[in-house]
Design a protein around this ligand. Structure first.
Ligand code: URP
Ligand code: ZN
Ligand code: ZN
Length: 468
């Protein structure tokens, strides 16, 4: 199978030029002006952008959480991703208590079997580390292509680990070349605040934010950074939501430490006031860290522009409002934490980042594709448009007008965080390893086309900072 994409404006993290792209057997083999080759499929991309398929480094598909299971499985979640121009993602395996990592990996790979629409890798969320068992086993995960360990510093009584587990994992990572990822919030302090609020009869969704003040995120971010320094491992802070967490990351990066951070699409658009929407609608916006005071949005835009934060993910963790979020109708702490978002990241950041003049097109590609690919051992196979890279490509129509709505999105969730938002610019054709996934607003490929990708260990190229 070969494909020729003609006359598109090719965008990478560094380049912006018009050329043809020819791909054969899954890989880009030629890039040049007016290529004189024939192909099984020819796509006219004149007037369109051609970007690398986006890489989402933070998703939760088919994951038990908050007394229920996320509504998107691998097939529906990856279908949503494909429509949004994401061709590879890294999902979280959650180690069940008492299980080995091998068992957890097998269980998660089973959930994906036959359902994959795009390529995927896994992070391992460590919940239960035992000497003479899982502590030693942790070191073997990078051999399976699982080259990042995730620790939750919050969700007490569920996923939260203590500092000993965090630090021991960091020590293993320093040896194995894995990247440590943290959900940085002070879970002990939050637990006290939640119990106090409930004892006072404060049960509505907005107490989710009031019991998780930004200082608890700032404190945990700083703690993780300092512990990573002691252990000598690289650190990636997920879903940064506020100034209090941006500041310690900025300081660490100024010092040249191996610290990176991401934020997620929703933190630029959804603020605390959404949680106060009446009739339990606020529950749609219960995710963690919570939507913050609006002034944090400018801080986050500035952080992604200046490479204080190096990636934008979705933290796609979708639930139904009706039937899942409603588990917490009488108690905000029982509302499953998470929201959908896999499909709309490129549209939203293009509209409000690029078209609004906050970031360049190159930076868009860097934040949504190149940096996640580099950080998570997928580059240069993924995350760029180059000879030798997988032909994961998005033909993006910068003029296409779309109204984002749950009525037409591909997640199984019954709501969309960005409902009614009008954007100009949307993926038109999406290719995975040279095969068309999405065209004419239809999923062309069949589930099963996607593959597991074994990721490389944390690379030295990451230590060379990506210019802003
Ligand atoms: O609310 C969220 N973010 N749910 C997913 C789990 C996590 O903390 O990332
Ligand atoms: Zn988290
Ligand atoms: Zn998450």
């Amino acid at each position: 199978m070969s494909v020729l994409i003609k006359g598109g404006r090719i965008l990478t993290a560094a380049d912006d030029y018009v050329a043809d792209i020819y791909a054969e057997d899954e890989t880009i083999t030629l890039i040049g002006e007016a290529l004189d080759v024939s192909a099984d499929k020819v796509i006219d991309a004149s007037g369109k952008y051609v970007l690398p398929g986006c890489v989402d480094p933070h998703t939760h598909l088919d994951m038990p959480f908050g007394g229920t299971v996320t509504i998107d499985d691998v097939e529906s979640g990856q279908t949503a991703a494909a429509f949004g121009g994401t061709t590879c993602h890294v999902d979280f395996i959650i180690q069940p208590q008492g299980a080995t990592f091998a068992q957890a990996l097998e269980e998660w790979r089973g959930k994906a079997e036959g359902k994959q629409v795009i390529d995927m890798g896994y992070h391992m969320a460590v919940t239960d580390l035992k000497e003479g068992g899982t502590l030693e086993e942790l070191a073997s995960l990078p051999d399976e292509g699982v080259t990042s360990y995730k620790l939750f510093m919050a969700y007490k009584g569920a996923l939260m680990v203590d500092d000993e587990t965090l630090f021991r994992t960091m020590e293993v990572a320093a040896e194995t070349g894995a990247l440590v990822m943290v959900h940085a919030e002070n879970g002990d302090a939050i637990d006290v605040l939640v119990k106090k609020a409930l004892a006072e009869g404060q049960t509505e969704p907005h107490y989710h934010a009031l019991t998780r003040p930004p200082e608890t995120e700032g404190e945990a971010t700083n703690r993780a950074i300092q512990l990573a320094r002691v252990a000598g491992c690289p650190l990636y802070v997920v879903h940064v939501s506020c100034k209090e967490a941006v500041e310690p990351i900025a300081l660490a990066r100024e010092k040249g430490w191996d610290v990176w951070g991401e934020t997620c699409t929703q933190y630029f658009f959804v603020d605390y006031s959404f949680l106060e929407r009446p009739d339990f609608e606020g529950a749609k916006y219960v995710y963690t860290p919570p939507p913050r005071a609006k002034e944090n949005q400018a801080v986050l835009w500035n952080a992604v522009r200046t490479d204080v934060l190096s990636a934008i993910s979705t933290d796609h963790c979708a639930f139904l409002w009706d039937g899942q979020k409603t588990l917490g109708r009488d108690d905000f702490s029982k509302i499953p934490n998470g929201a959908p978002g896999l499909e709309n990241r490129l549209q939203m950041i293009h509209e409000f980042g690029v078209r609004a003049g906050r970031i360049s097109l190159n930076r868009l590609v860097e934040l949504l594709a190149t940096s996640p690919a580099k950080l998570f051992g997928l580059y240069p196979r993924k995350g760029t448009v180059a000879v030798g890279s997988d032909a994961d490509l998005v033909v993006f129509d910068p003029e296409k007008q779309v109204t984002i709505t749950a009525a037409s999105h591909h997640s199984k969730s019954d709501y969309n965080l960005f409902e009614g938002t009008e954007v100009t610019g949307s993926p038109e054709v999406v290719l995975l390893r040279g095969q068309v996934l999405v065209e004419n607003d239809e999923l062309v490929a069949k589930p099963g086309i996607g593959r597991y990708v074994a990721r490389a260990r944390f690379g030295k190229e990451l230590r060379e900072r990506v210019p802003a």
